[in-house]
Design a protein around this ligand. Structure first.
Ligand code: TYD
Length: 138
């Protein structure tokens, strides 16, 4: 279901049998983009807030493959909070969405897939600058 910010959960199929579970994420098939970059975040304390940026070109899918965390998304007009707590559920974040990741459990491993390789120049790290840019799109 499309949310008011454009962020949305994606449920992945669990290929489970007596040996355990296996989840497949194929670019362009299970998620809306081809995968150019993978990174993962772990060892963040519960009081840490990560992210605090928006991206001109990068889209993301976030999956807590272990533990849990929350992501707050902001499109310059409205905010939504999503809890990530299942290894078979991701959240899709389109480009130009401000995001904060927080409330990390001590065992949290947050896997992130993106359509773009890392380029620090396409990150907007100042919230006022982000709001100005998003409003100039309208
Ligand atoms: P940062 O963007 O601050 O992480 P978060 O989004 O979780 O707040 O990135 C932390 C460091 O890692 C920073 O020095 C940039 C570097 N980095 C890369 O080199 N490549 C990447 O793809 C990412 C996401 C970060």
């Amino acid at each position: 279901m499309q949310s008011k910010t454009g962020a949305r959960f994606i449920e992945f199929k669990q290929n489970g049998d007596e040996r355990g579970h296996l989840v497949v994420v194929e670019g362009g098939k299970d998620i809306p983009f081809e995968i150019a970059r993978v990174f993962y975040i772990y060892g963040s304390d519960p009081d840490v807030i990560r992210g605090k940026h928006a991206n001109h070109r990068s889209e993301f899918v976030l999956i807590n493959v272990n533990g849990k965390s929350k992501v707050k998304v902001d499109n310059g007009f409205t905010t939504e909070v999503f809890e990530l707590n299942k290894p078979h559920t991701g959240i899709y974040l389109p480009k130009m969405l401000w995001k904060d990741m927080y409330d990390f459990s001590s065992d949290s491993v947050l896997l992130v897939l993106s359509n773009e390789k890392y380029d620090s120049n396409e990150y907007i790290r100042d919230y006022q600058e982000y709001v100005m840019q998003i409003r100039s799109y309208l």
